[in-house]
Design a protein around this ligand. Structure first.
Ligand SMILES: [Zn+2]
Length: 201
């Protein structure tokens, strides 16, 4: 079992401020969360910075990712360390991720820039049912969407600042291995949870 935060921004997102070093140090020091997906807006520069710094620390895993602003809404890709080309239609971005063995998550579907009910039209792999930046009500709607689509629900802090990290996380039935983690999420071997730090729940 591994605990992972699957939605984190670094200072390489235009609207975020967290230094890659802070993420690595906090992840290493965290009592239970040992994996973190770096999901900056339309860039993987921050992911590679975090990955490089993490090499010096044992027992933590940095999951490649990106939050893509597609025409239909925000998609978090997990297991993908490249920027999809334009035009970023929902279909194109999903195909891009799947061709690379990645997973597609409908990020905060009912907040601004979320896919909303249109998620039902696409081959997504999971729904973000617990987003650290969403109200409880919006997360409940997302949970209902996941149920309606019979898809796994995942959690991400969506931290844009250091003090927002690790508010929510996933308990994944996998070891500290990227492929195993992606397979487990796809199969629904994942449970979402929140820490006491979280203010919304
Ligand atoms: Zn985000």
């Amino acid at each position: 079992m591994i605990h992972a935060d699957l939605h984190i921004h670094t200072m390489f997102s235009p609207d975020a401020s967290t230094h890659p070093k802070t993420i690595v140090e906090q992840l290493f020091a965290h009592p239970s969360i040992k994996a973190a997906a770096i999901t900056d807006h339309n860039t993987v520069i921050g992911y590679y910075k975090v990955l490089e710094l993490a090499k010096a620390y044992p027992d933590i895993l940095i999951i490649p990712g990106i939050e893509v602003s597609s025409f239909g809404g925000d998609l978090v890709l997990l297991g993908v360390a490249e920027v999809p080309p334009q035009p970023r239609t929902v279909e194109n971005v999903i195909d891009f991720a799947h061709e690379r063995g990645g997973l597609v998550v409908a990020a905060h579907p009912y907040r601004a820039f979320g896919l909303g009910d249109s998620a039902k039209n696409y081959e997504i792999d999971a729904v973000e049912v617990l987003n650290g930046g969403c109200s409880r009500q919006l997360n409940i709607l997302a949970e209902e969407l996941a149920k309606a689509m019979a898809l796994p629900g995942v959690a991400g802090s969506d931290a844009h600042r250091a003090d927002e990290l690790w508010t929510v996380y996933n308990e994944i039935q996998a070891s500290t291995d990227l492929d195993e983690i992606l397979r487990a999420i796809k199969r629904g071997l994942v449970r979402v949870a929140h820490t006491e730090k979280s203010i919304h729940f």
